[in-house]
Design a protein around this ligand. Structure first.
Ligand SMILES: Nc1ncnc2c1ncn2[C@@H]1O[C@H](COP(=O)(O)OP(=O)(O)O)[C@@H](O)[C@H]1O
Ligand SMILES: [Mg+2]
Length: 266
């Protein structure tokens, strides 16, 4: 089985706050890893390190065999130049909690922007692919709408289409449904579930336990910058080994209502 993401002993501090204290993660190509854990445990920081938006202090991250952020010359590591860092980043799609679409551009224009500007895709081809992607996220009829004319769930689906337009080999999601009204969560999770079924490799930070249970190959529970436990959903969600995992799951279920989130079909 091919490895898409391999993180080894990744450490990261901000000032004297140790945020990541030696993270080891492996995601095989075509698999979905859901990263769960309390607020402040370092989940977003880890995703930003994978995407080369933050540099790490020690350890290694490889994506599809590329060492992220560094260039190996002889036996020494050198920080990548910004142009090379950007090249690594453009192969990795990222969707955030706040969908950050450009407000003065239609859904279609938001999607074609980077393929044309960054990848040099001819406009006609970029538009054709954008329409195809809008269809995939269920918004074929919204191409010419501005973000303000779309619901939060629709905007987030456009954001997913926009990330996919760059033909990423890996998609990172950072709480993609946390900013949405509850009734809009399912439509976004459904699109993510289809993407997973199509074979996209994904790391998803989420509190949606139903999604994690149904879609994840691996669930990794992180707290205070360390991985407490990791395994298939039937282990981590149904039969957690650590008290910290159990108390976290209890809290999430109490906040979201287990019925509501785990009864969802995606
Ligand atoms: N740019 C930054 N500068 C300083 N501290 C940061 C920065 N980004 C994150 N942190 C700190 O790192 C810790 C982990 O944050 P984060 O990765 O956002 O956690 P999570 O996504 O799990 O909620 C928090 O204590 C946060 O305040
Ligand atoms: Mg976060």
């Amino acid at each position: 089985m091919n490895t898409m993401v391999l993180a080894e002993r990744v450490r990261k501090s901000f000032g004297h706050v140790d945020v990541l204290k030696g993270i080891d993660i492996e995601v095989h190509t075509g698999e979905v890893l859901c990263l769960i854990g309390p607020s402040g445990s370092g989940k977003s920081t880890f995703l930003r390190c994978v995407n080369n938006l933050e540099t790490i202090d020690s350890g290694h991250i490889w994506v599809d065999g590329d060492l992220i952020g560094y260039d190996v010359r002889g036996r020494r590591l050198h920080h990548l130049k910004e142009s090379a860092a950007r090249r690594q980043r453009r192969d990795i799609g990222m969707v955030f909690q706040h969908f950050e679409l450009f407000p003065h551009m239609t859904a279609l224009e938001n999607i074609v922007l980077s393929p044309i500007a960054v990848r040099g895709v001819p406009r006609a081809a970029a538009v054709e692919r954008a329409r195809h992607l809008l269809g995939k996220v269920g918004l074929a009829d919204r191409a010419d709408f501005y973000p303000s004319q779309l619901s939060g769930g629709q905007q987030q689906r456009v954001a997913i289409a926009r990330a996919l337009a760059m033909e990423p080999k890996l998609m990172l999601f950072d709480e993609p449904t946390s900013g949405l009204d509850p009734e809009l969560v399912d439509e976004v999770l459904a699109v993510m579930g289809e993407l997973a079924a199509d074979g996209m490799t994904m790391i998803v930070v989420t509190h949606e336990l139903g999604f994690a249970r149904d879609v994840a190959d691996t669930i990794t529970f992180m707290a205070d910058g360390v991985i407490v436990e990791s395994g298939p959903p039937e282990q981590v969600i149904a039969n957690p080994q650590h008290e910290r995992t159990r108390s976290f799951l209890r809290r999430v279920r109490a906040e979201t209502g287990a019925q509501a989130t785990e009864g969802r079909s995606v």
